[in-house]
Design a protein around this ligand. Structure first.
Ligand code: PMV
Length: 327
């Protein structure tokens, strides 16, 4: 009763922010992401009646209480589905430094879902795995698939899952991540989005706009129109951050270096270096570009003080299982 899964994180081009049903992680709006080939998680799960309690390790260390509770709750979901009571051992490793402040919940909960479901012998398809992953962390439902992925919003759990738009070989978009902080965010996405839905006076306006953005983004991906895709991703990022900024109390996830990079990218575009930015609930900046610009972008980022690391990504593949277990 042991299995191992490998999944990749993803970056949302049209963002998810706000839950219609917090318990089931049903989103207020649809979202579209690109799976990232260079942000990888490997997770092994084993269930056994010999284990007295669940044992969880990430990057060879025990996890804090809050993360442990969230992971155990996810294991409980899978135990319930499999109708078993056995305790589990879970070990997980990220190939990216955990101190980068990069979200590992998308790759983490999708890998946990697949490893645990396989370990208990549940034979589920991508849609079912996406629905289970979603309940661990919303964005994890998109990491089941490779390439460009859409998460469908719905009122019932069985109708809200991710689907692939095109695979990782269709459009060679790049995401160069500028890491500017290693600090953990003060307000988690889960807590922050609840407050935004309750208090931001512009939240409903974003929901109306996002409906069209999703259609436009799908067209841009299918048409491989980088300029349209970049402009739309940037606008949606700013619209989500506008909702965060107008939450009471305000959610300000940016740091001075975040703003410096935004201004730099605007300058690059004036010089003919085409790049666009998108930012999640944190200060790191994801720079969207075509492959021919990546080297120059990396060179220019190195000159910006405050950039502590740079991670390049191509569109990544979907979730996989492997016989190479972590323990
Ligand atoms: O999946 P969560 O609960 O970590 O929330 C993700 C929220 C954003 O990263 C800001 C947007 C997104 O769609 O990934």
């Amino acid at each position: 009763m042991k299995a191992t899964a490998i999944t990749h994180s993803n970056i949302a081009l049209i963002k998810y922010w706000g839950k219609y049903n917090p318990k089931l992680s049903l989103p207020m709006n649809g979202s579209i992401s690109m799976t990232l080939d260079n942000l990888k998680t490997v997770t092994t799960v084993e269930f056994s009646d010999d284990f007295k309690e669940d044992k969880i390790e990430i990057n060879d260390k025990a996890v804090d209480k809050k993360s442990e509770e969230r992971i155990v709750a996810h294991l409980d979901r899978i135990r319930k589905l499999a109708k078993i009571k056995s305790k589990a051992k879970m070990a997980s490793k990220n190939n990216f430094p955990t101190a980068t402040g990069l979200a590992s919940s998308a790759s983490g909960f999708s890998a946990l879902t697949i490893a645990a479901c396989n370990a208990v012998g549940l034979n589920l398809d991508g849609k079912q795995l996406s629905i289970i992953s979603r309940q661990g962390s919303g964005s994890a439902c998109r990491s089941i698939f490779g390439g460009f992925v859409e998460w469908l919003p719905a009122k019932r759990s069985e109708d809200s899952y991710a689907v692939q738009i095109v695979d990782e070989n269709y459009f060679d978009l790049r995401d160069v991540i500028a890491i500017v902080s290693s600090a953990e965010k003060k307000v988690s996405s889960a807590a922050g989005m609840m407050e935004t839905v309750k208090t931001s006076p512009i939240y409903k306006t974003r929901l109306k706009i996002v409906k069209n953005s999703l259609k436009g983004m799908k067209r841009a991906i299918l048409g491989k129109s980088f300029t349209k895709l970049g402009k739309m991703a940037e606008f949606d990022c700013l619209l989500m951050h506008a909702c965060m900024l107008t939450t009471r109390p305000p959610l300000i996830y940016w740091s001075p270096a975040t703003i410096d990079i935004i201004h730099a990218i605007e300058g690059w575009r004036k010089d003919g270096l085409e790049a666009y930015y998108t930012i999640d609930a944190g200060p790191n900046v994801h720079i969207l570009a075509l492959s021919e610009s990546v080297r120059e972008i990396e060179k220019r980022l190195k000159d910006i003080s405050g950039v502590i690391d740079i991670i390049q990504n191509k569109p990544g593949g979907g979730a996989k299982t492997t016989g190479e277990h972590l323990f």
